[in-house]
Design a protein around this ligand. Structure first.
Ligand SMILES: Cc1ncc(COP(=O)(O)O)c(C=O)c1O
Length: 354
């Protein structure tokens, strides 16, 4: 549930009254503010997080004959962007606690034809990018930071590329939103120019340099993004508070695996818990929550459970499968108050008979 107020309304009205709906000052201002905020040299605003991933792969000329390694535990958009590039999807497992790409598993699937590794900063917690890069010295690193605006990584913000490029989503489920929208960040001037060109039909300086598409962000979306970016500290603080309420109440629940806490740099785009007891039916728990008008979702379906990816090369994936079978997304948004968190926790305890 996005948090939208008067400032967002006014920003959108400003654009409507200007009559300039595409390729104007809002987009440029949003890009500059975003780059400043994450500490990257360049930020390129695009039409979605998926578009950001596709453009990053295109800018590196990734395609047929290449392999891209990603965690099996991710939203399907990560794998789809790779498949659409023509490259092969290769899956590695996630760590059991952080639910982020496991360097050991990555090491087991690396091959000479691995062009790119694509760690996902899962649910708002930064992946161990430096350790991953050490396992893949000859591969490019694209960070799927769709869920991680505002998260910390080795003392920096996610998006100040530890790899070559980082890709964000501003879908309404994310920490900050533009409706649909995304951003690519990089410190590499050549890659920034190429992403910019590919976003706009392959054009640079009015000349078509190569085939590209239309992956532009609208001025309305950019104006929204500027306001949401200004409000980001407030939005993040609110999420951390909600997470703190959950942690407080669940501290001694030994039947539940909790996310890592705020000290880890987590921004809690989602609050995902795992039922430890195999005899408990995760789906029955979700049903019980919904019957009490508490909307919960099943944990991310691992990539290789989806039809088109059943046969892909992969490591053993027990932790990703555990999230798929035992994970529950609990409600997490900035409008939640302490009494509501209390009610969610009571209902969850009731659902498992604890
Ligand atoms: C990990 C991950 N990657 C990519 C995406 C795609 O972002 P978008 O929906 O903006 O295309 C999402 C969206 O939920 C995501 O969670």
């Amino acid at each position: 549930m996005p948090s939208l107020g008067l400032a967002e309304e006014e920003a959108c009205l400003r654009v409507l009254r200007s009559g300039r709906l595409v390729q104007g000052p809002e987009g440029e201002a949003f890009e500059q503010a975003f780059a400043l905020s994450v500490g990257s040299a360049f930020a390129i605003a695009v039409s979605s997080g998926t578009a950001a991933l596709q453009l990053a792969l295109m800018a590196l000329s990734v395609g047929k004959g290449d392999e891209v390694v990603l965690p099996a535990c991710t939203y399907i958009a990560t794998a789809n962007a790779v498949a659409l590039s023509g490259a092969e999807v290769v899956l590695a497992d996630v760590q059991s606690e952080s639910l982020n790409l496991d360097p050991e598993s990555l090491g087991r699937v690396m091959e000479p034809q691995t062009r790119v590794i694509m760690p996902v900063h899962q649910y708002g917690l930064a992946a161990p990018v430096q350790d991953l890069a050490r396992k893949a010295p000859h591969a490019y690193l694209i960070e799927d930071a769709a869920c991680a605006m505002g998260a910390g990584l080795d003392g920096c913000a996610v998006g100040r590329p530890h790899g070559l490029l980082a890709c964000f989503s501003f879908h309404p489920r994310k920490v900050m939103t533009t409706g649909e929208g995304g951003m690519v960040t990089t410190d590499d001037v050549g890659l920034a120019q190429r992403v910019r060109a590919l976003r706009q039909h392959g054009q640079g300086d009015g000349v078509t340099l190569e085939p590209g598409g239309n992956f532009r962000m609208s001025e309305l979306a950019a104006a929204l993004g500027r306001v949401q970016l200004e409000r980001l500290p407030e939005l993040l603080a609110r999420r951390r508070q909600v997470a703190a309420w959950y942690f407080e109440r669940m501290a001694d629940w030994d039947w539940l695996q909790l996310p890592l806490d705020s000290d880890s740099g987590h921004i809690f785009q989602s609050f995902v818990v795992l039922l430890k007891d195999r005899d408990l039916s995760r789906d029955a728990v979700i049903e019980h929550m919904r019957a009490g008008h508490i909307e919960c979702q099943a944990g991310v379906v691992p990539v290789h459970f989806h039809g088109p990816y059943r046969g892909v090369r992969r490591d053993a994936l027990p932790n990703s499968e555990k999230v798929g079978r035992r994970g529950i997304f609990l409600p997490m948004h900035v409008e939640l108050n302490e009494a509501q968190v209390e009610r969610i926790c009571d209902r969850l305890r009731h659902a498992v008979g604890a």
